[in-house]
Design a protein around this ligand. Structure first.
Ligand code: PXL
Length: 267
Protein backbone atom coordinates (compact mmCIF):
# COMPACT_ATOMS: atom_id res chain seq x y z
CA UNK A 1 0.00 0.00 0.00
CA UNK A 2 1.25 3.45 -0.76
CA UNK A 3 0.57 6.41 1.49
CA UNK A 4 1.49 10.06 1.20
CA UNK A 5 4.97 10.57 2.59
CA UNK A 6 5.92 13.87 4.19
CA UNK A 7 9.58 14.70 4.60
CA UNK A 8 10.90 16.90 7.35
CA UNK A 9 14.34 18.44 7.02
CA UNK A 10 14.90 19.38 10.64
CA UNK A 11 17.01 19.12 13.74
CA UNK A 12 16.74 16.78 16.70
CA UNK A 13 15.82 18.29 20.06
CA UNK A 14 16.71 15.53 22.47
CA UNK A 15 13.90 15.97 25.00
CA UNK A 16 11.43 15.52 22.16
CA UNK A 17 9.49 18.75 22.50
CA UNK A 18 10.55 20.41 19.27
CA UNK A 19 12.25 19.63 15.98
CA UNK A 20 12.00 16.35 14.08
CA UNK A 21 10.47 14.55 17.06
CA UNK A 22 7.51 16.96 17.18
CA UNK A 23 7.20 16.76 13.38
CA UNK A 24 7.01 12.96 13.37
CA UNK A 25 4.40 12.86 16.13
CA UNK A 26 2.37 15.41 14.17
CA UNK A 27 2.59 13.38 10.96
CA UNK A 28 1.56 10.24 12.85
CA UNK A 29 -1.42 12.02 14.41
CA UNK A 30 -2.60 12.90 10.88
CA UNK A 31 -2.04 9.39 9.51
CA UNK A 32 0.71 10.38 7.08
CA UNK A 33 4.04 8.60 6.90
CA UNK A 34 7.06 10.69 7.95
CA UNK A 35 10.66 10.68 6.73
CA UNK A 36 13.47 12.75 8.30
CA UNK A 37 16.67 14.28 6.99
CA UNK A 38 18.41 15.37 10.20
CA UNK A 39 20.27 18.69 10.03
CA UNK A 40 21.59 19.15 13.57
CA UNK A 41 21.42 17.86 17.12
CA UNK A 42 20.29 20.20 19.90
CA UNK A 43 20.86 19.17 23.51
CA UNK A 44 19.62 21.63 26.11
CA UNK A 45 22.07 22.28 28.92
CA UNK A 46 20.26 21.95 32.25
CA UNK A 47 23.35 23.39 33.97
CA UNK A 48 23.34 26.57 31.90
CA UNK A 49 19.79 27.88 31.95
CA UNK A 50 18.66 25.21 29.48
CA UNK A 51 20.61 26.95 26.70
CA UNK A 52 21.07 25.12 23.42
CA UNK A 53 24.10 22.98 22.75
CA UNK A 54 24.10 22.72 18.97
CA UNK A 55 25.99 20.33 16.70
CA UNK A 56 25.44 20.48 12.93
CA UNK A 57 25.27 17.29 10.90
CA UNK A 58 28.03 17.13 8.29
CA UNK A 59 27.03 18.43 4.86
CA UNK A 60 27.70 15.15 3.09
CA UNK A 61 25.57 13.26 5.60
CA UNK A 62 22.65 15.63 4.99
CA UNK A 63 23.06 15.12 1.23
CA UNK A 64 23.22 11.32 1.75
CA UNK A 65 19.97 11.33 3.71
CA UNK A 66 18.20 13.35 1.01
CA UNK A 67 19.60 11.00 -1.65
CA UNK A 68 18.19 7.95 0.17
CA UNK A 69 14.78 9.58 0.66
CA UNK A 70 14.40 10.79 -2.92
CA UNK A 71 15.49 7.40 -4.28
CA UNK A 72 12.91 5.60 -2.14
CA UNK A 73 9.94 7.87 -2.86
CA UNK A 74 9.00 9.29 -6.23
CA UNK A 75 7.67 12.79 -6.64
CA UNK A 76 4.02 11.72 -6.53
CA UNK A 77 4.47 9.96 -3.22
CA UNK A 78 6.68 12.58 -1.60
CA UNK A 79 4.34 15.48 -2.24
CA UNK A 80 5.24 17.75 0.68
CA UNK A 81 8.50 18.71 2.38
CA UNK A 82 8.69 20.60 5.64
CA UNK A 83 11.83 22.55 6.52
CA UNK A 84 12.61 23.31 10.14
CA UNK A 85 15.85 24.25 11.82
CA UNK A 86 18.80 24.29 9.42
CA UNK A 87 21.21 26.09 11.72
CA UNK A 88 24.26 26.98 9.63
CA UNK A 89 24.95 28.62 6.24
CA UNK A 90 26.66 25.40 5.09
CA UNK A 91 23.55 23.35 5.87
CA UNK A 92 21.35 25.92 4.14
CA UNK A 93 23.52 25.79 1.02
CA UNK A 94 23.39 21.98 0.96
CA UNK A 95 19.63 21.77 1.45
CA UNK A 96 18.86 24.57 -1.03
CA UNK A 97 21.15 22.90 -3.59
CA UNK A 98 19.27 19.60 -3.35
CA UNK A 99 15.85 21.32 -3.41
CA UNK A 100 16.82 23.14 -6.62
CA UNK A 101 17.90 19.89 -8.32
CA UNK A 102 14.50 18.24 -8.38
CA UNK A 103 10.92 19.18 -7.54
CA UNK A 104 10.17 18.46 -3.88
CA UNK A 105 6.45 19.15 -4.20
CA UNK A 106 5.09 21.75 -1.84
CA UNK A 107 7.72 23.15 0.50
CA UNK A 108 6.56 24.35 3.93
CA UNK A 109 9.23 26.52 5.55
CA UNK A 110 9.28 27.19 9.28
CA UNK A 111 11.91 29.93 9.13
CA UNK A 112 13.70 29.13 12.40
CA UNK A 113 16.02 32.12 12.56
CA UNK A 114 17.85 32.00 15.84
CA UNK A 115 18.47 29.34 18.35
CA UNK A 116 19.08 30.39 21.94
CA UNK A 117 22.76 29.82 22.71
CA UNK A 118 23.92 30.40 19.13
CA UNK A 119 26.65 32.96 18.64
CA UNK A 120 24.85 36.12 17.33
CA UNK A 121 27.27 36.69 14.43
CA UNK A 122 26.77 33.14 13.21
CA UNK A 123 23.02 33.51 13.60
CA UNK A 124 23.06 36.62 11.38
CA UNK A 125 24.85 34.72 8.61
CA UNK A 126 22.28 31.95 8.96
CA UNK A 127 19.38 34.40 8.69
CA UNK A 128 20.83 36.00 5.58
CA UNK A 129 21.43 32.64 3.91
CA UNK A 130 17.95 31.39 4.80
CA UNK A 131 16.31 34.47 3.27
CA UNK A 132 18.43 34.33 0.12
CA UNK A 133 18.50 30.60 -0.56
CA UNK A 134 15.53 28.84 1.01
CA UNK A 135 12.72 31.41 1.20
CA UNK A 136 12.43 31.61 -2.63
CA UNK A 137 11.95 27.81 -2.76
CA UNK A 138 9.11 27.78 -0.22
CA UNK A 139 5.45 27.51 -1.21
CA UNK A 140 4.20 28.05 2.37
CA UNK A 141 5.98 29.97 5.19
CA UNK A 142 5.11 30.05 8.90
CA UNK A 143 7.03 32.91 10.57
CA UNK A 144 6.49 33.64 14.25
CA UNK A 145 6.32 37.21 15.56
CA UNK A 146 10.09 37.69 15.63
CA UNK A 147 10.67 35.99 12.28
CA UNK A 148 7.85 37.99 10.65
CA UNK A 149 9.52 41.23 11.83
CA UNK A 150 12.85 40.06 10.48
CA UNK A 151 11.48 38.89 7.11
CA UNK A 152 9.25 41.94 6.54
CA UNK A 153 11.40 44.64 8.14
CA UNK A 154 8.33 45.88 10.05
CA UNK A 155 7.78 46.32 13.75
CA UNK A 156 4.73 44.25 14.71
CA UNK A 157 2.55 45.45 17.59
CA UNK A 158 -0.96 44.69 16.37
CA UNK A 159 -2.95 42.35 14.16
CA UNK A 160 -2.89 45.05 11.47
CA UNK A 161 0.93 45.11 11.61
CA UNK A 162 1.03 41.32 11.46
CA UNK A 163 -1.25 41.36 8.42
CA UNK A 164 0.92 43.91 6.63
CA UNK A 165 4.04 41.88 7.46
CA UNK A 166 2.42 38.72 6.11
CA UNK A 167 1.50 40.59 2.89
CA UNK A 168 5.06 41.78 2.42
CA UNK A 169 6.50 38.32 3.03
CA UNK A 170 4.01 36.91 0.51
CA UNK A 171 5.02 39.57 -2.03
CA UNK A 172 8.73 38.85 -1.72
CA UNK A 173 8.51 35.06 -1.53
CA UNK A 174 5.40 34.24 -3.58
CA UNK A 175 4.52 31.73 -0.85
CA UNK A 176 1.35 31.40 1.17
CA UNK A 177 2.13 32.93 4.57
CA UNK A 178 0.79 32.02 7.99
CA UNK A 179 2.25 34.64 10.35
CA UNK A 180 1.88 33.83 14.02
CA UNK A 181 1.15 36.42 16.68
CA UNK A 182 0.94 33.87 19.48
CA UNK A 183 1.36 35.30 22.97
CA UNK A 184 3.43 38.19 21.56
CA UNK A 185 0.42 40.30 20.65
CA UNK A 186 -1.77 41.74 23.42
CA UNK A 187 -5.35 40.63 23.95
CA UNK A 188 -7.27 37.52 24.92
CA UNK A 189 -6.80 35.68 21.61
CA UNK A 190 -3.86 33.98 19.90
CA UNK A 191 -4.06 35.49 16.43
CA UNK A 192 -2.41 34.24 13.26
CA UNK A 193 -2.81 35.79 9.82
CA UNK A 194 -3.00 33.82 6.57
CA UNK A 195 -2.15 35.60 3.32
CA UNK A 196 -1.80 34.26 -0.18
CA UNK A 197 -2.41 35.89 -3.56
CA UNK A 198 -6.18 35.89 -3.16
CA UNK A 199 -7.12 35.57 0.51
CA UNK A 200 -6.33 37.37 3.73
CA UNK A 201 -7.80 35.66 6.78
CA UNK A 202 -7.29 36.33 10.48
CA UNK A 203 -7.31 33.07 12.44
CA UNK A 204 -8.08 33.57 16.07
CA UNK A 205 -8.55 31.33 19.08
CA UNK A 206 -8.58 32.09 22.82
CA UNK A 207 -5.06 32.07 24.30
CA UNK A 208 -4.28 29.05 26.43
CA UNK A 209 -2.31 30.97 29.07
CA UNK A 210 0.22 33.72 28.42
CA UNK A 211 3.38 31.61 28.38
CA UNK A 212 4.94 30.22 25.24
CA UNK A 213 4.80 26.45 24.89
CA UNK A 214 7.76 24.79 23.17
CA UNK A 215 7.25 22.89 19.95
CA UNK A 216 4.24 24.96 18.85
CA UNK A 217 5.99 26.36 15.75
CA UNK A 218 7.32 22.98 14.65
CA UNK A 219 3.93 21.38 15.23
CA UNK A 220 2.04 24.07 13.30
CA UNK A 221 4.25 23.81 10.21
CA UNK A 222 4.26 20.00 10.38
CA UNK A 223 0.46 19.96 10.62
CA UNK A 224 0.24 22.28 7.59
CA UNK A 225 2.51 19.88 5.69
CA UNK A 226 0.43 16.84 6.71
CA UNK A 227 -2.84 18.50 5.72
CA UNK A 228 -1.44 19.59 2.36
CA UNK A 229 -0.34 15.98 1.76
CA UNK A 230 -3.91 14.87 2.50
CA UNK A 231 -5.20 17.24 -0.17
CA UNK A 232 -6.14 20.41 1.71
CA UNK A 233 -5.77 23.82 0.09
CA UNK A 234 -3.25 26.10 1.85
CA UNK A 235 -6.06 28.00 3.63
CA UNK A 236 -7.78 24.79 4.77
CA UNK A 237 -4.40 23.47 5.96
CA UNK A 238 -3.75 26.68 7.91
CA UNK A 239 -7.11 26.53 9.67
CA UNK A 240 -6.76 22.84 10.55
CA UNK A 241 -3.15 23.24 11.71
CA UNK A 242 -4.08 26.06 14.07
CA UNK A 243 -6.83 23.94 15.63
CA UNK A 244 -4.37 21.04 15.96
CA UNK A 245 -1.76 23.18 17.75
CA UNK A 246 -4.35 24.73 20.06
CA UNK A 247 -5.52 21.24 21.11
CA UNK A 248 -1.88 20.17 21.66
CA UNK A 249 -1.20 23.24 23.82
CA UNK A 250 -4.26 22.48 25.94
CA UNK A 251 -2.89 18.96 26.53
CA UNK A 252 0.72 20.12 26.97
CA UNK A 253 3.35 17.96 28.61
CA UNK A 254 4.87 19.24 31.85
CA UNK A 255 8.36 18.16 32.89
CA UNK A 256 11.36 19.22 34.99
CA UNK A 257 12.39 21.54 32.14
CA UNK A 258 11.33 25.18 32.62
CA UNK A 259 8.90 25.11 29.69
CA UNK A 260 5.94 22.94 28.79
CA UNK A 261 5.76 21.29 25.38
CA UNK A 262 2.94 20.67 22.90
CA UNK A 263 1.49 17.18 23.09
CA UNK A 264 0.03 16.26 19.72
CA UNK A 265 -3.45 14.75 19.83
CA UNK A 266 -4.80 12.24 17.32
CA UNK A 267 -6.97 13.95 14.72
O1 PXL B 1 11.31 25.49 18.03
C1 PXL B 1 12.42 25.72 17.27
C2 PXL B 1 13.34 24.53 17.22
C3 PXL B 1 13.39 23.81 16.05
N1 PXL B 1 14.21 22.75 15.89
C4 PXL B 1 15.00 22.34 16.90
C5 PXL B 1 14.99 23.02 18.13
C6 PXL B 1 14.13 24.14 18.30
C7 PXL B 1 14.07 24.83 19.57
O2 PXL B 1 14.53 24.35 20.56
O3 PXL B 1 15.79 22.60 19.12
C8 PXL B 1 15.89 21.16 16.70
Amino acid sequence: MTSPVVLTIAGSEATGGAGAQADLRTFQAHGVFGAVALTCIVSFDPNADWGHRFVPVERQVIADQLEAITAAYDQDQLAVTKIGMLGTPATIETVAGVLRERPFGQVVLDPVLICKGQEPGAALDTDTALKAEVLPLATFVTPNHFEAESLSGLEIRSVEDLTEAARRIHETSGAAVLAKGGVNLPGPDAVDVFVDGTTTEVLSSPKVGEVQVAGAGCTLAAAVAARLALGDSPLEAARAAKAFVTAGIRERLVSQAPFDVVRQQAV
